[in-house]
Design a protein around this ligand. Sequence first.
Ligand code: PMP
Length: 296
Amino acid sequence: MTAQQIYLNGEFVQKHEAKVSVYDHGYLYGDGVFEGIRVYEGNVFRLREHLVRLYESAKSILLTIPYSIEELTEIIVETVNRNHLHSGYIRLVVSRGEGNLGLDPASCPKPNIVVIAEQLALFPDELYKNGIDIVTVPTRRNRSDVLNPQIKSLNYLNNILVKIEAKLAGVQEALMLNDQGYVAEGSGDNVFIIKGNKLVTPPSSAGALEGITRNAIMELGETLGFIVEEKLFTRHDVYVADEVFLTGTAAEVIAVSKVDGRVIGTGKPGEHTNRLLKAFRQLVVEDGEKIYVKQG
Ligand code: PMP
């Protein structure tokens, strides 16, 4: 097996050589943007959507990415190919770059661009069979007029605090409420509830990232005959839902069996969640404009 190759500013380097300066404002201040992307059987799932989100996040923080979407697409595909990654995970990071210790990004003339393609540590099958136990936590979602959750920035402290609070409560994942007390999302996933024939997820204005998996599930939900709504809901709505699940690039679609000690539905992944997971797993290999990577 050949050693992992990481794309770093125009070169491919080995993992132990893939280093950036401690003066990078990404390191000093969380100043930068990123994406987490999946490749399934040679198909980079919805790469364009991920890249559009990256460029929009960068635009919002006045960070110029010195490549076009097409150039970055080529770089990503080449990174996947060089690592013979048939199925796995891609991490794309654009940080502000090296500067001085001041906050002003004007001291950072050149962003650092990194692409890592590697095997994904898959969630254990048990979790998909049994669902996960989650809680709501004290940390609220960043207000969109303070740090907009649509910016997928390197500043993930809000989400990290949520993860820490989940672990302190003895579970792996948690729901964040927004400053108004409405449900926003998980630490790194979107949330859906099912009640009757309605499939509901919080609107982005509630503090939910417009997840690529979320978009795909909303489309699949319509195809499968659900009434799909982006609507504000409360913890109570979650407790009394027929089914609850989380979505994200890493987790795909994962059923929630308990929230704050309240058993959801039967306490096992519901039939609709299972149908959506099945449809999603079919979609990821069949979807749209495939960007085939070479076979490893
Ligand atoms: N919310 C947050 C805060 C996230 O970090 C992620 C993962 N990128 C998601 C939701 C899910 O988004 P996606 O389906 O694009 O992975």
